[in-house]
Design a protein around this ligand. Structure first.
Ligand SMILES: [Zn+2]
Length: 418
């Protein structure tokens, strides 16, 4: 059974165009929560729109999370399903004064962004454009990101909420809506009250290509290596100085060059990746991120890095080091494997809508990986966003409409199967 929605009923594009014009860039160096106060400008608009839909319990809490419930319209006992999207945009690219442009009926020609004509979307560099012939592509104007990551998800959830309320013939249980700040700086669920959320299963709507559904993320640790040298006046340093900077440099140089790095791996391969270094002669601190889909391999990578550090530092008698591991997040498959129906219903929803489901793993993390371990098994479904975190970011109107339908269909299938 399908869902009958006329194309003129959708408002997802109008919502999207409105949301991207509100600057919600998050800040990795901020210690406040949310990391930037301006994210609440969008949160307030979303709250207002939810209240206007007649959702009485819509709420914006003091941390910037937006919650709302689309109440069940049957007497059946159905698990409460949450749909989640994040409000912030990446710190990597400006999100100020975004001017969204709609390029109607894409037919393969280069899309030149007018405010910086060097920014050109070519099909050769954006292969997914080949699937968009006849569709309407939305981009920014060349000087900012677009913010489809994840405002396409916000817009899809908002429109699905409105349509579910307008179509009581589509039966569903309680649907919880959750909009989070600070996903892009890895703190999206830090202050989230899971009791208040009170959902059984969830879906983040933050995926790329039409049909993609992701039930695996990396497992992720941070490693900090602090190398202690010996600082002496350089005029009197013979046989006594131990330069921590040089030891750090040698350690970096000794990392594997043809494997175990982001630039030499793909698919299911993990890596050891230095991301920052600070130091003086006396002390140097190296920051690494370690990634793998398999927790045992993650530990193997850490052991390899630890052994390498030991070998290099032991070549400098008197030099010492600390090796500190912080867990960041874990592969959500560890949780989702015990709740296969969550992913299966996502796939079935797409099949019923004649969307080809693409089950993938994410070489990264999502709010969903953390939510899964906080008790809300939560795969990620497509929102249609592409080339995110940059000036050539794009999304199509038609993919966003299909995301709306997918959210509605998932809600309906959970009702049917309960
Ligand atoms: Zn995102």
């Amino acid at each position: 059974m399908s869902i009958q929605i006329n194309s003129e009923e959708f408002q997802v594009t109008e919502h999207f165009l409105q949301y991207v014009q509100i600057d919600t860039q998050s800040d990795p160096y901020s210690e406040s929560f949310p990391s930037t106060e301006k994210q609440k400008n969008l949160a307030k608009l979303l709250l207002k729109q939810l209240l206007e839909l007649g959702i009485k319990d819509a709420e914006l809490d003091e941390h910037g999370y937006v919650f709302a419930t689309i109440p069940s319209n049957t007497n059946k006992k159905i698990p409460t399903i949450c749909f989640c999207a994040h409000m912030d945009t990446s710190p990597d690219c400006s999100g100020l004064d975004v001017k969204p442009l709609i390029h109607k009926n894409y037919q393969g020609a280069d899309i030149i962004l007018p405010d910086d004509p060097k920014q050109i979307l070519r099909e050769s560099e954006h292969p997914d454009l080949a699937k968009q012939y006849g569709n309407d592509i939305i981009t920014a104007s060349g000087t900012t990101l677009l913010g489809a990551d994840n405002k396409a998800g916000l817009a899809a959830i908002m429109d699905a909420a409105r349509l579910l309320l307008n179509h009581p013939e589509i039966k569903h249980g309680d649907i919880r809506i959750l909009f989070t700040p600070d996903e892009e700086v890895g703190r999206g669920v830090e202050k989230l009250d899971m009791k208040k959320l009170a959902a059984d299963f969830g879906y983040t709507v933050d995926g790329e290509t039409l049909g993609s559904i992701e039930n695996e993320t990396f497992s992720a640790d941070e490693v900090i290596i602090r190398i202690q040298g010996i600082s002496v006046h350089p005029g009197f340093a013979k046989d006594t100085m131990l330069n921590a900077l040089k030891v750090a440099g040698q350690l970096l140089d000794s990392l594997p060059k043809d494997r175990l790095s982001p630039e030499t791996t793909s698919e299911r391969e993990g890596f050891i990746h230095p991301v920052a270094i600070q130091g003086t002669v006396e002390e140097a601190t190296l920051h690494f991120i370690i990634r793998d889909f398999d927790d045992n391999k993650l530990r193997d990578h850490e052991t390899e890095l630890r052994n390498l550090t030991e070998t290099i530092v032991s070549g400098y008698p008197g030099c010492t080091y600390e090796f500190i591991v912080h867990e960041q997040y874990r592969n959500m498959k560890n949780v989702l494997k015990d709740f296969p129906q969550v992913t299966e219903i996502g796939i079935e929803a797409m099949e019923r809508l004649h969307i080809n489901p693409i089950l993938r793993s994410i070489r990264g993390g999502t709010d969903g990986s953390r939510l899964s371990f906080m008790g809300l098994p939560c795969p990620n479904i497509f929102a249609g966003e592409h080339a995110f975190h940059g000036k050539q970011e794009w999304v199509s109107v038609q993919d966003m409409q299909k995301a709306v339908l997918t959210i509605m269909m998932i809600s309906k299938i959970w009702e049917e199967k309960s």
